[in-house]
Design a protein around this ligand. Structure first.
Ligand code: HSE
Length: 341
């Protein structure tokens, strides 16, 4: 089966996906029976190219590596250059639009408009930006349902580590009463480093140097990044209607080395925990805050940039998933997993 994809955005995640699709083409055909064909790439800065029979991923990646515009892609049958993102979405003959453009996390744009346009033109939509799903999950899901198309967003929480799919599919049939997790790698790295004796400032600086922190690390250390993920988990997995202003949020900037040492002396460890709980009256409570966990707790043993999430269920008890929460290949894989789904 051929599945045609239009890529909106060709930055880190778009290129990460293209690299995986190129390297895995044969394995995907053999193991999953699907040939993914990228028919369009449209990027605000790099330009845009559309070819109905499919583009050569190697040529696209070479252009990106050399810092050249996509317009430099060689001529081919039916080729159209220069379409903007909305034209690419509506006019391309794609089955799925993969939305990985640069998006303002505060407004969710232009990704929200891109996803709506994709669904309105009869295409499935996959995205990895958390802003649009944190801000507009119910609206976008309703649009997908009305269009009879699928909306997938695994990469918005824990990149390719399948937290959304675990909650929605693997645990379907269980009642999930609580979800709690280490949903931000930068803060977990800082806390791990501080426990080893590094100062907060030095730990943050090395998180930035290593490329874990957001461009503005306030989003990490004050808990905004984890907050967006908590809102997604609450709304998409537990059917809540919480938003970015209704969920209490506290970051790690108030924690001193003395706090961390005191916890360690008591056999506990501070973790920035995003939590979503189904309450006795059926409503859902959510929060982001630093919590002290006993060393024996599964989340307490998760160190460095690694993320983890524990689902508390009626039929299985606690189920914990541990894995990466960011990265080019990891988030590229999140998109692949959504495409396969
Ligand atoms: N800055 C984020 C983190 C990246 O540290 O986890 C993933 O959202």
């Amino acid at each position: 089966m051929k599945h045609k994809v239009a890529l909106i955005g060709f930055g880190t995640v778009g290129q990460g996906l293209a690299e995986i699709l190129q390297a895995r083409a044969t394995a995907l055909e053999v193991n999953s029976g699907v040939t993914f064909v990228v028919v369009a790439v449209s990027d605000l800065l790099k330009g845009s190219v559309y070819q109905p029979d499919g583009l050569d991923l190697g040529l696209l990646l070479d252009l990106a590596r050399r810092g050249e515009r996509l317009d430099a892609y060689p001529d081919g049958p039916g080729m159209i250059r220069g379409w903007d993102s909305l034209t690419t979405i509506s006019a391309s003959q794609a089955d799925t639009v993969v939305e990985v453009s640069w998006t303002d996390v505060k407004t969710g744009q232009p990704a929200i408009s891109h996803v709506k346009a994709a669904l309105a033109s009869g295409k499935h939509a996959v995205l990895t930006n958390k802003g649009p799903i944190a801000l507009a999950y119910h609206e976008l899901q309703a649009a997908a349902d009305a269009a009879g198309r699928l909306l997938r967003f695994e990469g918005t929480v824990m990149s390719g580590t399948p937290s959304i799919r675990l909650g929605r599919q693997a645990l379907a049939g269980c009642q999930i009463s609580e979800i709690k997790g280490i949903l931000n790698g930068t803060t977990n790295y800082i806390l791990t480093q501080m426990e080893a004796g590094t100062s907060y400032a030095d730990a943050l600086a090395s998180a930035q140097r290593l490329g874990y922190a957001e461009a503005d690390p306030t989003a990490d250390v004050e808990g905004f990044d984890a907050l967006a993920k908590v809102v997604i988990l609450a709304n998409a997995l537990l059917g809540a209607h919480v938003n970015l202003t209704s969920v209490p949020r506290q970051g790690i900037t108030g924690l001193s080395q003395a706090d961390i040492a005191a916890a360690a002396a008591a056999g506990e460890r501070w973790k920035l925990i995003g939590r979503v709980t189904r309450q006795a009256d059926g409503t859902v409570a959510a929060s982001v805050q630093p919590l002290r966990l006993p060393f024996a707790h599964p989340l307490a043993g998760v160190s460095g940039v690694t993320n983890a999430i524990t689902f508390t269920t009626d039929l299985l008890g606690d189920v914990t998933l541990v894995g990466p929460g960011a990265g080019r290949q990891e988030t590229g894989f999140a998109v692949l997993s959504d495409l396969l789904d």
